[in-house]
Ligand binder design. Structure first.
Ligand code: URP
Ligand code: ZN
Ligand code: ZN
Ligand code: ZN
Length: 484
C-alpha cells in the first residue's frame, strides 16, 4: 500500500520547495507535483523534512550502579513522538569484556526498538583482544565509530596511551573515534576537594567539572587524533573552551566535528542553584549546564558551521535513582532525558528566534550526522531511494512540555514548562506512520539495526593527505664518515 504526503513544503539541508512525496515499501519512490497514493497524508501548511537522527542516546545503560530507565522500547517510542526516526546507542564493554560479547548484550536489549537504530562501540580498556575485535566490529557488524571516555576515572575512562593506540587502529580500519572530553584525573581531584569541604549537593557536580577540564581534554584529543591521522567526533560539546579548540582545529584543516546537546543550548547553570535538591539533581549530567556565554558560543558555532550536530545524550534516570546521591553528589547518576524534545526545542529556540534557518535545522538534526556516520542518503535525506523516515512538522502547532504528557518513562522532564511551537503532524519510520498529531501508533520491534560502512569520504581524504605529508627519510648522496 502506497502513501502520499501531499501539499507540503519539502525542506532538506540544501533545498526548500513544494512537492508531494510518494512512499512505498518503506522507501521514498517518487517526489513531484500532484502525486496519488492509496493513503493521503495532508501536509498543508507543514514542512516535510528528513526524520531526526539522534546520534547520542543511552538506553538501559548500565551506569553508576543502576540502569538508565528509558530502554529501547520506551526510548525509541519517545524519539518518534518528537520526530526522531533513528538513534545511535553505545555498546559499553565492562573493562575486561570483549567487544563482540558487548554487542551481543546490546543486540538482546534492542529487539523492541520502535525506530531504526545503530551502535557506537566504546573502548573502555585496551588489549590485543580489543585491537583484534575492532576489525570484526567494523567489517562484520557495521559499526564505524568508537567512543572513548576521557572522564569517569576508575570506571569507563581510558588514558592517553590507550587513546593513541585506539585512534591509530581506527585510522587503519577507516573508523571514526569519538571522545567524551573531560580531564578525568582533575575531575576526580575536584570531587574529593568539594566533598571534603562539605560541599556535597548537586551544585558541586558542576563546580567539579569547570569548562577548563573540557577544553583541555578536547584539545588533547584533537592533537592525539591528528597524530594518529584520523578524524575526531567530540560528543556533548558544552562550552566555549571546547568549542574554541574544535573551531581552531577546523580552521587549521583538521577533521573534527563538535556535537552540542539541546540541553546545553537551552538550559543554564542556574538550574543547580535551585533550593529543591531533586530539581537540581535531576539536571546532573556531564558536562554540566553552563552560563549564557557558553550557550551563545554553541549557538554561534551552529550558525558559523564550527559545530555540526545537535544531539541529546538521552540517559534518563528517575528521581528515585537520582536520590542515590543524597549526601554525596558523586553518586548521583549522571544523565538527563531529551530525545523526545530535541526537535521541538531546537525549532522553537533556533528557527523560531532566527538563529537557524529551517535548512540549517535539518542539517544539524539529521543530514550532517547521516553523512558523518556514512549512512547518507539512506538516512538524512528526502530523495528517491532514501528510507521513508520523515517528519511532517507543523510550525503552528504548540504545546507546553510536561512530564504528565511525555512518552519517556521517567517521572519528570528537564524542560518542564517550556512552551514549544513547531511539532510533528506526522512521523514516518520506514514508511510506517508512527505519530499522528501527538497520537503514537508505533510498534515495538519495527526498528532495524542500521549497518554503517567504514572508510567514508572524510576518512579516505584524510588518509591520502596524511600519507602524502608523512615524514620521509631524506635520501642523501654524500654521507660523511662518522666524526668520532
Ligand atoms: O551525564 C551523562 N552525559 N551521562 C551519560 C553518559 C555520558 O557521559 O555520555
Ligand atoms: Zn559522555
Ligand atoms: Zn553519552
Ligand atoms: Zn513494522
Amino acid at each position: 500500500m502506497t502513501k502520499v504526503i501531499k501539499n507540503g513544503t519539502i525542506v532538506t539541508a540544501d533545498l526548500t520547495y513544494e512537492a508531494d512525496v510518494l512512499v512505498d515499501g518503506g522507501k521514498i519512490v517518487e517526489i513531484g507535483k500532484d502525486l496519488t497514493g492509496d493513503e493521503v497524508l495532508d501536509a498543508t501548511g507543514c514542512y516535510v523534512m528528513p526524520g531526526g537522527i539522534d546520534p547520542h542516546v543511552h538506553l538501559e545503560m548500565p551506569f553508576m550502579g543502576t540502569y538508565s530507565t528509558d530502554d529501547f522500547d520506551t526510548g525509541t517510542r519517545a524519539a518518534l513522538a518528537g520526530g526522531t526516526t533513528m538513534v545511535v546507542d553505545f555498546c559499553l564493554p565492562q573493562p575486561g569484556q570483549g567487544l563482540l560479547d558487548a554487542i551481543q548484550m546490546w543486540d538482546n536489549k534492542s529487539t523492541r526498538a520502535h525506530c531504526d537504530f545503530s551502535f557506537h562501540m566504546a573502548i573502555t580498556w585496551w588489549s590485543e583482544q580489543v585491537f583484534k575485535e575492532m576489525e570484526t566490529v567494523v567489517k562484520d557488524r557495521g559499526i564505524n565509530t568508537f567512543k572513548h571516555f576521557m572522564a569517569y576515572k576508575g570506571a569507563l575512562m581510558v588514558n592517553d596511551d590507550e587513546l593513541y593506540a585506539s585512534f591509530q587502529r581506527c585510522a587503519e580500519l577507516g573508523a571514526i573515534p569519538m571522545v567524551h572530553a573531560e580531564n578525568g584525573d582533575v575531575v576526580a581531584e575536584l570531587q574529593q576537594k568539594f566533598m571534603a569541604e562539605g560541599n556535597d549537593g548537586p551544585e558541586a557536580h558542576a563546580y567539579s567539572r569547570p569548562p577548563e577540564v573540557e577544553g583541555e581534554a578536547t584539545n588533547r584529543a584533537i592533537m592525539i587524533a591528528d597524530m594518529a591521522g584520523v578524524p575526531l567526533y567530540v560528543v556533548h560539546t558544552s562550552c566555549e573552551e571546547s568549542h574554541e579548540a574544535i573551531r581552531r582545529a577546523r580552521m587549521n584543516g583538521k577533521r573534527v566535528w563538535g556535537e552540542p546537546l539541546v540541553q546545553h543550548l537551552t538550559l543554564d547553570e542556574s538550574e543547580y542553584a535551585n533550593p529543591d535538591w531533586d530539581h537540581a539533581a535531576r539536571r546532573v549530567m556531564s558536562p554540566p549546564f553552563r552560563n549564557k556565554k557558553h550557550q551563545d558560543s554553541l549557538w554561534n558555532g551552529l550558525q558559523g558551521g564550527s559545530l555540526s550536530v545537535v544531539a541529546t545524550d538521552h540517559c534518563a534516570f528517575t528521581t528515585e535513582q537520582k536520590r542515590y546521591g543524597v549526601g554525596d553528589f558523586t553518586k548521583i547518576p549522571n544523565g538527563t532525558g531529551g530525545v523526545e524534545d530535541r526537535l521541538p526545542m531546537l525549532w522553537t529556540y533556533g528557527v523560531g528566534t532566527g538563529r537557524l534557518t529551517p535548512q540549517e535545522f535539518v542539517a544539524v538534526t539529521s543530514t550532517n550526522i547521516a553523512k558523518i556516520l556514512n549512512v547518507y542518503p539512506k538516512k538524512g535525506a528526502i530523495l528517491v531511494g532514501a528510507d521513508a523516515d520523515i517528519v511532517v512538522l507543523d510550525p503552528e502547532k504548540e504545546k507546553t512540555i510536561s512530564a504528565e504528557t511525555q512518552a519517556s518513562a521517567i517521572d519528570y522532564n528537564v524542560f518542564e514548562g517550556k512552551h514549544v511551537k513547531g511539532l510533528p503532524r506526522y512521523v514516518l519510520t520506514r514508511g510506517m506512520v508512527a505519530v499522528t498529531d501527538g497520537e503514537i501508533t508505533s510498534e515495538p520491534g519495527h526498528g532495524e539495526f542500521v549497518k554503517r560502512d567504514p572508510a567514508g569520504p572524510v576518512n579516505k581524504a584524510l588518509s591520502s593527505w596524511k600519507e602524502l605529508t608523512a615524514p620521509r627519510k631524506v635520501e642523501r648522496t654524500g654521507i660523511p664518515a662518522s666524526g668520532v
